[in-house]
Design a protein around this ligand. Structure first.
Ligand SMILES: Cc1ncc(COP(=O)(O)O)c(C=O)c1O
Length: 439
C-alpha cells in the first residue's frame, strides 16, 4: 500500500515511538539490501544500527529468504508440544556448537523478551527441582534492559519501562549500574575503573541472604540504556560471587550474541561462562522472530529426574522452534560461518574505535564509549529537555542518509558486521557533520 495521507498511519499503534510526532512527520523505509535501506521515495540510507541490533549479516540475504520460503512450502507449522520436527533439532545442535563450554541445551522462544522471561522461570524452577525452593529472588541491574515482559521489566532498570506498569514481580532487587563519566569518560574499550561495583551483589546477599536468591541477570554490555560497558574485571567478579553463593548467573546477550563484540557471544569475549544465555535478534539475522535460552548441562540435567512420562518444565510457546524461524536460523548460521562474521567485529574494532573517538570535540559530546562494533556517543542534555538534542541529531542524521539509534541523549551505533572500513568512515563522518549542526 502506498501511504498517501496521515490517515493511512492512524491504525498502527507504534511501539516505543512518539506516535503523534512520528505520524506528523513519518520516517519510512521500504527496501533493504546489504548495508543500506531505501525510503519509499528512493533515498538511500546507510544502516548504522543493523536494523535494531539484529541484521548482523546485512540486509536482503537471499539464502535466508530462500530457506524460509522452502520451509514454508514444505511445512509451515508443526506443534512443538509433545511433537517435533527435524529443523528444530538441527538448529539446536548447530547453535550449541558456537555457545561457550557446556551451554549445550537450548529452549526456544520468539523474542528477546520471551527468552528473558523463560530464563528467569527456568532459574527459579531449577532451584525448586533441586529441593531449594526458597531461592526465588531475582537480581537485575539499574539501566538494564531485558525486554518488556513483566519478568523483564522487573529485573530491568530503565525507569520509563517500569513506572507505568504498576507492581513488578515481588522479590526483585538491583545492582548499581556501571556508568560513571567522572572516572571513565572517553575510555577506549572497557573502562579500567569500577570492577568493585560487582561487590554490590555481596551487599544484596548480606541484605536478603543467598538462600533466597535464584539468579542474577545482566547484559554483558547494555545496549538499550545507551551502551554501558562492564568495567575491566567486573563480570569475572560477578561470576565468582555467584559461584560463592550458588546463585545462577544469566547473561542477556540479545544484543551481544552472534558476533557483535567479535566473538560468538559476550561470554567468550569476556571469558566468563554464565549459567544461561538469552539470545534473539542476530539469531535469525532479524528475518524471522526467534529467541533462545542456552543453558548449561547441569541446569538441563537437574530437570531430567522423576518419572519419564511427566513433563519436566511446564513452559513453552505455540511458536517455540517455529519451522520458518529454524530455517532462517540455520541459513543465518551458514552465512556467519562462511563469511567469518562471528569474529569480524574483532578485526574492525580498532578502526571503529578510532573513527568514533574522532567525534570527541564535536559540540556537546560528553562521552564516547566503544567495544566490538558498538559505540555510544553521549550528548549533554539540553536544560529542561532531556533527549531533545539527541532526537534532533537522529532526525538530521536520517535526512543526511544514515540510520542511528538514540536512547535519551545517547546516540548508539551497531552496524551490520559486513560494514567496510570505508563505510565506517562514511557513517562516522556524516554523524560528525550532523553533530556540528545541532546546537
Ligand atoms: C538485552 C536485551 N534483552 C532483551 C531484549 C528484548 O528483545 P525483544 O525486543 O526481541 O523482545 C532486548 C531488545 O533490544 C535487549 O537488548
Amino acid at each position: 500500500m502506498a501511504i498517501s495521507s496521515r490517515a493511512d498511519l492512524e491504525a498502527f499503534w507504534m511501539p516505543f515511538t512518539a506516535n503523534r510526532q512520528f505520524k506528523a512527520n513519518p520516517r519510512l523505509l521500504s527496501r533493504a539490501e546489504g548495508m543500506h535501506y531505501w525510503t519509499p521515495d528512493g533515498r538511500k540510507v546507510l544502516d548504522g544500527v543493523a536494523g535494531l541490533w539484529c541484521v548482523n549479516a546485512g540486509h536482503g540475504r537471499k539464502e535466508i529468504t530462500d530457506a524460509v520460503s522452502r520451509q514454508l512450502a514444505e511445512m509451515e507449522y508443526a506443534p512443538p508440544f509433545q511433537m517435533g520436527h527435524p529443523p528444530g533439532f538441527e538448529v539446536a545442535s548447530r547453535l550449541v556448537k558456537v555457545t561457550p563450554r557446556d551451554l549445550d541445551h537450548v529452549f526456544f522462544a520468539n523474542s528477546g523478551s520471551e527468552a528473558v522471561d523463560s530464563a528467569l522461570k527456568i532459574a527459579i524452577a531449577y532451584h525448586r527441582v533441586r529441593g531449594d525452593a526458597a531461592r526465588q529472588r531475582l537480581i537485575g541491574r539499574e539501566k538494564g534492559y531485558h525486554g518488556v515482559g513483566f519478568g523483564g521489566i522487573s529485573v530491568g532498570g530503565m525507569v520509563n519501562n517500569r513506572k507505568f506498569f504498576g507492581a513488578m514481580l515481588p522479590g526483585v532487587d538491583h545492582l548499581r549500574h556501571t556508568l560513571d563519566l567522572e572516572h571513565n569518560a572517553f575510555s577506549r574499550g572497557v573502562p579500567e575503573w569500577g570492577a568493585h561495583l560487582a561487590d554490590d551483589l555481596e551487599r544484596l546477599v548480606a541484605l536478603h541472604d543467598a538462600s533466597t536468591i535464584a539468579a542474577v541477570i545482566v547484559e554483558p554490555v547494555s545496549g538499550s540504556a545507551g551502551v554501558v560497558l562492564p568495567p575491566k574485571g567486573y563480570l569475572q567478579r560477578l561470576r565468582s560471587i555467584c559461584d560463592k553463593y550458588g546463585i545462577l548467573l544469566i547473561f542477556d546477550e540479545v544484543i551481544t550474541g552472534f558476533g557483535r563484540l567479535g566473538a560468538p557471544f559476550g561470554a567468550q569475549y569476556f571469558d566468563v561462562v554464565p549459567d544461561m544465555i538469552t539470545a534473539a535478534k542476530g539469531l535469525t539475522n532479524g528475518a524471522i522472530p526467534m529467541g533462545a535460552v542456552f543453558v548449561r548441562k547441569h541446569i538441563y540435567d537437574a530437570f531430567m529426574h522423576g518419572p519419564e512420562g511427566v513433563i519436566e518444565l511446564f513452559h513453552g510457546y505455540t511458536y517455540s522452534a517455529h519451522p520458518a524461524a529454524c530455517a532462517a536460523a540455520l541459513a543465518t548460521q551458514d552465512i556467519y560461518q562462511r563469511e567469518g562474521l562471528l569474529s569480524r567485529a574483532a578485526e574492525l574494532s580498532k578502526r571503529w574505535e578510532d573513527a568514533v573517538h574522532s567525534l570527541r570535540g564535536c559540540p556537546n559530546v560528553i562521552d564516547i564509549r566503544n567495544i566490538g562494533l558498538v559505540a555510544g556517543i553521549e550528548l549533554q542534555p539540553r536544560a529542561g529537555a532531556p533527549g531533545a538534542r539527541a532526537y534532533e541529531a537522529f532526525t538530521k542524521a536520517f535526512e543526511q542518509g544514515i540510520l542511528i539509534r538514540i536512547s535519551g541523549d545517547v546516540i548508539a551505533m551497531s552496524p551490520p558486521l559486513i560494514i567496510t572500513p570505508a563505510q565506517i568512515d562514511e557513517l562516522v563522518g556524516k554523524l560528525g557533520e550532523v553533530l556540528r549542526t545541532v546546537a
